[in-house]
Design a binder for this molecule. Structure first.
Ligand code: CMX
Length: 136
């Protein structure tokens, strides 16, 4: 697997504005930006930590998968995202190896990235995202 680095750690929150202070002011992490990813019914805020980032995920509607996640498990760590150079190659390789995927083809992530999720059954309950930088 051509995983290059940890891209980010996704954390489900009820409200970014009420949560970001801990990361920004207490831990002192710089805010990189906020974006609504409407296709996935989430608003995200990124904070930089070294080469990686913390991604706060706030649901934008009651139908948001992040809302459903929090109804079951409460706020907290939601997914772990690894950077790859070529997500199409990696997905084809995982598929050929019989790895259960949530996304067989990439979807659009924040900041013009292409992302895909691996089924958490493959990783003992952790939702793993692969992400490839976009051309933004
Ligand atoms: N952690 C662990 N397990 C999870 C999970 C999570 N965060 N989210 C879902 N699952 C489990 C479900 O319980 C389910 O398990 P079973 O098959 O055993 O029932 C399985 O994964 C599939 O979940 P689902 O909700 O039934 O499947 P969907 O295809 O409808 O959605 C997913 C899956 C992961 C895409 C969706 O739940 C989700 O979290 N979407 C939001 C993704 C997100 O964070 N987007 C922001 C992207 C911004 C960026 O990073 O660039």
């Amino acid at each position: 697997m051509a995983v290059k680095s940890v891209s980010h750690i996704g954390i489900a929150v009820e409200n970014i504005a009420e949560t970001i202070g801990f990361y920004q002011n207490v831990l002192g992490l710089p805010v990189e930006g906020e974006e609504v990813v409407e296709e996935q019914k989430v608003k995200v805020a990124f904070l930089t930590v070294g080469e990686t980032r913390v991604e706060l995920l706030e649901p934008t509607s009651d139908e948001s998968p992040v809302k459903k996640f929090m109804e079951k498990k409460g706020p907290g760590v939601h997914h772990l995202a690894f950077s790859v150079d070529d997500i199409d190659v990696e997905l084809a390789r995982l598929k050929a190896a019989g790895v259960r995927l949530i996304d067989e083809t990439p979807r659009r992530g924040a900041h013009g990235t292409r992302i895909a999720f691996i089924h958490p059954k493959e990783s003992n309950g952790v939702l793993v995202e692969l992400t490839q930088q976009g051309s933004h």
